[in-house]
Design a protein around this ligand. Structure first.
Ligand SMILES: [Cu+2]
Length: 140
């Protein structure tokens, strides 16, 4: 009997988590071909620095239940230091990512990309992608 009650309350907890949006692709395994995964927590990118090669893809995962974004648009940044991209690269702009959403971006231009969350930049929600030139073996 106690067992049944425990099972019932566990089910209620699971149901309420789903109700809060703790579901979606951000909670699945990362896609097989991504070179780096960045989790978006309460007000952080984790890890806040990733390093990849040109031609590789980063997967951002909003594992929180609040809205985040990935932007390197300096016209939207409150601090100019939080947004920069290499010359010739296109700015990152995920738009709003609801809880459970993912954002994929492939980087072709080597250099340092500094980005921020348009909602939580003030709370230090900033990150960096360092893109090294593609090794010769990937250039075939
Ligand atoms: Cu955020």
């Amino acid at each position: 009997m106690a067992n049944l009650i425990e099972r019932f309350s566990l089910m209620s907890v699971l149901t309420s988590l789903v109700g809060c949006g703790i579901t979606g692709p951000a909670h699945d395994e990362p896609l097989p071909d991504v070179a780096a995964v960045v989790d978006m927590g309460f007000t952080s990118f984790e890890p806040d620095v990733v390093r990849i090669h040109a031609g590789q893809t980063v997967e951002w995962r909003n594992t929180a239940f609040i809205t985040h974004s990935v932007s390197s648009d300096s016209t939207k940044a409150k601090s100019p230091n939080d947004a920069s991209i290499p010359e010739g690269a296109r700015p990152l702009n995920s738009g709003d990512l609801l809880g459970g959403d993912i954002y994929l971006q492939t980087f072709m231009v080597p250099g340092t990309y500094k980005y921020f969350c348009t909602h939580y930049e003030d709370d230090g929600m900033v990150g960096t992608v360092i893109v090294d030139p593609a090794p010769r073996t990937l250039l075939k």
